[in-house]
Design a protein around this ligand. Structure first.
Ligand SMILES: [Zn+2]
Length: 101
């Protein structure tokens, strides 16, 4: 894939940051998008599905590196919506604490 930039974002391994089209700036935005068979799809889902297969309907993919534009399969983990929300909240608290230092 040519539309990926390898960037060290502080995660265990470098991120593969998408430099192609995204889903925009609104709610649910800032995710990598591409065209596949005439349909617009989320690149990180394609990347994960390629390696692991079907994503069960109630599950979501969480970016362990917290980079929405990262499409590296090993940085993604299948979680429930509740787990994803909890992690997001924990990350927000950690960021706030860091900013307060
Ligand atoms: Zn990443």
């Amino acid at each position: 894939m040519a539309r990926v930039e390898v960037v060290d974002t502080g995660h265990e391994t470098p991120c593969h940051i998408w430099t192609g089209p995204t889903s925009g700036d609104g709610r649910g935005g800032q995710y990598a998008r591409m065209s596949l068979d005439g349909q617009t799809v989320a690149v990180h889902k394609v990347s994960w599905t390629n390696e692991n297969g079907f994503i069960p309907g109630k599950k979501q993919l969480d970016h362990k590196c917290r980079q929405r534009l990262c499409v590296r399969e090993s940085h993604l983990e299948l979680v429930t919506h509740r787990q994803n929300q909890k992690r997001r909240a924990a990350a927000a608290v950690a960021a706030a604490l860091e900013a307060a230092e």
